[in-house]
Design a protein around this ligand. Structure first.
Ligand code: F6P
Length: 333
């Protein structure tokens, strides 16, 4: 193995740079060349790339975003685009491609494998943590901390005005950021896709719970964490609805893309470094169509197809703790 390539694709995540760094340094130590394709799969199609030497990755471990830039590439579903990418990779004598990204990027990797003979290895890089086969994804831990920092600030003003706030967090269609930020912030209520009965937000239940909480505690702040895409019109529409139904002000806060930025926390830096280094070793050993992830603190190789078909539930114990706390408040003794 002489030449490997890496790209970052889909939503960027804090820690992607740490991963690029680990890949570059590990490959250099093994006397392999590293090529970084820019703007995700678009770079592969347009031959937009840069060589990566150890000097290029100095002082990037602490930086959010990705020095290779990222992008979505909707056209990377056609046979023509995968054939073109395969041709470019062959012409550049690339032996293995490492893809750092989320589910969409993994689909692209599987698609490319139908047309290219090189080795393909993926690394889970997304704040959503919605990839099965790994306990955590690169960027997820930073996103939780970023959300918590913001929610703590909202709590201060919510307390001062004894207001209800509805805080929308990212996660696409998964409640991992929502659950952890609800637990970490002591939010009174959480609305997560995995926990909705019949897929519907139960307004009556929320209103009842607000009333019981206020009866017990007196005037107080009340924070609801909601995952994006859960309610038609989002948190703003739901806040309007709750305000109208309760006759009490409910303010929406949409945390949005701040959750994707910032310096990666230690968990993300270490995870990214570990997975990046291991992915290069896996490439050297001829591994193909595997995701490098982490389970119970150990690096694992997971068949890429399994990451698509396996379930990744929320931690039931965390859900229970938070639900028990709700019940204590709901049914005060
Ligand atoms: O997958 C990461 C993510 O930030 C999701 O949480 C969110 O739904 C989506 O990307 C937003 O994507 P974009 O930045 O393209 O709007």
């Amino acid at each position: 193995m002489k030449r490997i390539a890496v790209l970052t694709s889909g939503g960027d995540a804090p820690g992607m740079n740490a991963c690029i760094r680990a890949i570059t340094l590990t490959a250099h130590r093994m006397q392999m060349e590293v090529i970084g394709f820019r703007h995700g799969y678009n770079g592969l199609l347009k031959r937009e790339y840069q060589p990566l030497h150890p000097g290029d990755v100095v002082d990037i471990i602490q930086r959010g975003g990705t020095i290779l830039r990222s992008a979505r590439c909707p056209e990377f579903v056609t046979a023509e685009s995968a054939e073109k990418a395969a041709r470019n990779l062959d012409n550049m004598h690339i032996d293995a491609l490492l893809v750092i990204g989320g589910n969409g990027s993994f689909k692209g990797a599987e698609h490319l494998a139908n047309y290219w003979n090189g080795n393909i290895i993926t690394l889970p890089g997304t704040i959503d943590n919605d990839i099965a086969g790994t306990d955590g994804t690169i960027g997820y831990y930073t996103a939780i901390d970023t959300a918590l920092e913001a929610i703590d600030k909202v709590r201060d003003t919510a307390d001062a005005f004894e207001r209800i706030f509805l805080i929308e967090v990212m996660g696409r269609h998964a409640g991992f950021i929502g659950l952890n930020s609800a637990i970490g912030s002591g939010a009174e209520q959480m609305l997560l896709p995995e926990l909705l009965e019949d897929g519907e937000v139960n307004l009556e239940q929320i209103i009842r719970h607000v009333k019981v909480t206020r009866k017990k505690r007196g005037g107080c702040s009340y924070i609801i964490i909601i995952t994006e895409h859960l309610y038609p019109g989002g948190a703003s529409a739901l806040a309007d609805k709750l305000t109208a139904e309760m006759g009490v002000d409910c303010r929406p806060v949409i945390l949005g893309h701040i959750q994707r930025g910032g310096s990666p926390v230690s968990m993300d830096r270490v995870l990214a470094t570990k997975l990046g280094a291991y992915a290069v070793e896996a490439a050297r050993d001829g591994k193909h169509l595997v995701m490098i992830g982490e389970q119970n603190g150990h690096v694992v190789e997971v068949p890429l197809a399994d990451t698509r078909t396996m379930e990744k539930p929320l931690d039931p114990y965390l859900v229970k703790i938070q639900t028990d706390f709700f019940d204590l408040v709901k049914n005060p003794s």
